[in-house]
Design a protein around this ligand. Structure first.
Ligand code: GTP
Ligand code: MG
Length: 229
């Protein structure tokens, strides 16, 4: 698989207008997770470019950054195909963690609400009433990856974010980041813990070592392809 292009498209500000969020039928994959969990690094590893900034101070970025990616072949092939990857701001930098759902809602609701307005089908079972009422699909299919640090399974903030995403109809896939930092024994135990907490097996990845990136592309391609005609 070859990544032909990867370009910044737009940012959706917290609480701001969601104008400019693409609704052109291409699939959109959003990366959510705590600040520092590795969202931007994973996005860069997927597109094999330094596209998203990875060194920003936690909590500074209040924007959902949207990138358009064109790919040749691979799991979404044959031929050329395109999708959007969305780097969401992190949560969890506020003290405690009890408010992570609030925080995520504050920074990401413009993005998710735009999806509801466009009537895009959300991944997962139940759709909120608003989404059902929104009628036929205008945007492409949307999927959310919830990145959780494989070293810290079952953090309150992640559990709350998972709940919030599910409630807005964006039930996420769980991606366990930084598995290169775990011993074999911790890896087995933590992945099991994550599965128990979130109710489905997480996909283990390492953006720095490359583990799991092919599997993640397969998942992304499947989600993105559902919207292609
Ligand atoms: P915010 O933008 O603040 O929400 O953070 P983020 O989730 O985008 O995290 P970012 O990608 O900036 O990565 C945070 C730190 O984790 C950086 O120092 C990365 O180098 C490191 N990191 C990210 N992925 C991995 C990984 O797979 N393995 C290891 N060892 N380090 C990683
Ligand atoms: Mg980031």
């Amino acid at each position: 698989m070859k990544v032909l292009s990867a370009d910044f498209v737009t940012s959706a500000a917290a609480g701001g207008r969601a104008d400019g969020i693409p609704a052109d039928g291409l699939g959109q994959i959003a990366l959510a997770g705590r600040s520092n969990v590795g969202k931007s690094t994973l996005l860069n590893a997927l597109v094999r470019r330094k596209l998203a900034r990875t060194s920003a101070a936690p909590g500074k970025t209040r924007l959902a950054n949207i990138f358009r990616v064109t790919v040749e072949g691979g799991p979404g092939g044959p031929g050329r195909w395109a999708l959007y990857l969305v780097d969401l701001p992190g949560y969890g930098y506020a003290r405690g963690g009890a408010d992570s759902a609030h925080e995520l809602a504050a920074v990401a609701s413009a993005y998710f609400e735009a999806g509801l307005k466009a009537g895009a089908p959300q991944q997962g079972a139940a759709m909120p009433e608003d989404a059902r009422r929104a009628g036929p699909q205008a945007g492409g299919s949307r999927a959310t990856l919830l990145l959780v640090d494989s070293r810290h399974p079952g953090l309150d903030s992640d559990v709350q974010a998972h709940r919030w995403l599910s409630r807005v109809g964006a039930t996420p896939w769980i991606v366990a980041t930084k598995v290169d930092k775990l011993s074999r024994a911790d890896r087995v135990r933590n992945l099991k813990d994550l599965e128990r907490v979130f109710g489905s097996a997480p996909l283990p990845v390492s953006a720095t070592g490359g583990e799991g990136l092919d599997e993640l592309w397969r998942l992304i391609a499947k989600a993105a392809r559902e919207s292609r005609s």
